[in-house]
Design a binder for this molecule. Structure first.
Ligand SMILES: NC(=O)c1ccc[n+]([C@@H]2O[C@H](COP(=O)([O-])OP(=O)(O)OC[C@H]3O[C@@H](n4cnc5c(N)ncnc54)[C@H](O)[C@@H]3O)[C@@H](O)[C@H]2O)c1
Length: 416
């Protein structure tokens, strides 16, 4: 599982050799820890079209307000603001462009604002040194604070090249300890999600299949949570989840997922059926039950797990990619459904790229190496990178973030 190449290129001889041979030189990413919770350095705030007031010698982050760019000619101000500072950004820095939502009734504004997407995605590919670049589109009335806190922190280390839209939040009073349910919590990404939500003060109900009961009990005990041994494909899974949540639920994280890879021509029907049922069918059935039974409280959060395979497609994964693309379709539609939208419940998807887990450790070496390097940060992500993104969606301050699909993939070359 260890990325030996990343460790080797972190040493002086490794760096020299990689440079000489023209090999990738990934920067070891700075991740959140209680000792280092923040970026180390100032945040430089700029506005397109307004000259800079003071110089920050090496900003840890740059935030450019480009919401006022309403004409393609105004893009010159984006260039003028960032061209002089981009080189001075500290390693593992953050560059965030604030944009407006493209207005279909105003083709000039729509062109200018859509242009920012191409700009940000390109800058993400060239900026290097472990830095990330994102576009935040702000609808009128949006409060970007929680999202900026996440993006301007080490928690977003492996998130880059993303376009995130924030709308106005439905105000909901929230009090007391929040309860979260995480499926597939016995190991891998799910275990990390459960641990991160527990860190953020949630009581976590940790769900996994009965066969994983022992590992599940260990995780739940460590986090002060509650284990729930249950197969999410059971016909009564929604009822049993609701029964385990007599006081209601605030955060529902659909993380459990399986792969049964084969090319379509060689794929037996049971491989198709099981992947579609675990990854998509059960997600829809249990969500529907938790909504209609009133288990999910107002102001709740639903986070489902997609994959970059569901966006880009992947040979041997017609079943998996179909299921994960289905998750994206479900999340987008459910976010606009009155059962969620009128109750301040947000619905989002996280789409991991190559994450270092037991699942990816089993991938043949050559494909594994390609998966690790073929992204802007030149390395695989860690389960905690996905977990921190889920925790940001779950944040009570993220009420304006709904219907979004955020990739945690180091800006993988696969897919958009
Ligand atoms: N690891 C990656 O690189 C990667 C990339 C993209 C997406 N994902 C997605 O992230 C999620 C977690 O992946 P992971 O790598 O941690 O996988 P994993 O196999 O390590 O863990 C998945 C967990 O889900 C549980 N599970 C499976 N079927 C279940 C069922 N029917 N009912 C209840 N629990 C069930 C398993 O027992 C396991 O504990 C999955 O949805 C996966 O598709 C992972």
């Amino acid at each position: 599982m260890a990325d030996r190449y990343l460790r080797f290129t972190g040493t002086a001889p490794g760096r020299l050799l990689a440079r000489r041979l023209g090999l990738p030189q990934p920067t070891a990413l700075r991740r959140w820890s209680p000792e280092h919770p923040d970026l180390t350095g100032p945040v430089l705030r700029l506005t397109a079209g307004i000259p800079r007031e003071a110089d920050e010698p090496a900003p840890a982050a740059v935030v450019l307000d480009a919401t006022g760019v309403r004409q393609p000619a105004g893009l010159r101000d984006v260039y003028a603001a960032l061209h002089p500072v981009v080189r001075s950004l500290a390693p593992c820095g953050r560059l965030i462009v604030l944009g407006a939502v493209p207005d279909p009734a105003d083709p000039h504004q729509a062109a200018a604002q859509q242009a920012l997407e191409g700009f940000v995605r390109s800058l993400g590919k060239e900026i290097g040194r472990g830095s990330t670049v994102q576009l935040l589109r702000l609808a009128p009335g949006a409060d970007p604070d929680a999202t900026l806190r996440f993006l301007l922190s080490p928690k977003s280390a492996y998130v880059s090249g993303q376009v995130i839209e924030i709308g106005p939040a439905v105000p909901v009073a929230s009090e007391g300890t929040r309860t979260a349910l995480v499926t597939g919590a016995a190991r891998g990404i799910g275990e990390s999600v459960a641990a991160t939500l527990a860190r953020d003060g949630h009581h976590v109900v940790c769900l996994d299949v009965p066969q994983a009961e022992e590992a599940l009990a260990v995780v739940a005990r460590r986090l002060g949570g509650t284990p729930l041994a249950l197969d999410i494909t059971a016909p009564d899974a929604g009822e049993r989840m609701a029964a385990a949540l007599p006081d209601g639920l605030d955060v529902l994280v659909h993380n459990a997922g399986i792969t049964r890879d084969r090319k379509l021509a060689n794929m037996a029907a049971d491989r198709w059926d099981s992947v579609l049922d675990v990854n998509l069918g059960s997600v829809i059935r249990t969500t529907d039950h938790l909504l209609t039974s009133g288990t999910l409280r107002d102001g709740g959060r639903i986070v489902a797990t997609a994959s970059i395979s569901g966006i880009a497609g992947n040979a041997g994964q017609t079943n998996y990619a179909a299921s994960k693309a289905g998750v994206i379709g479900f999340v987008r539609a459910l976010a606009a459904d009155p059962r969620t939208a009128e109750h301040g419940i947000t619905v989002n998807a996280v789409a991991p790229g190559f994450i270092e887990t037991k699942m990816t450790a089993a991938v043949p070496l050559f494909i594994r190496e390609a998966g690790r390097r073929m992204n802007s940060l030149g390395q695989g992500g860690l389960p905690v990178d996905v977990a921190e993104t889920v925790a940001w969606f779950a944040d009570p301050g993220s009420g304006g973030v709904t219907g979004q699909v955020v990739r945690v993939c180091g800006q993988s070359l696969l897919g958009a």
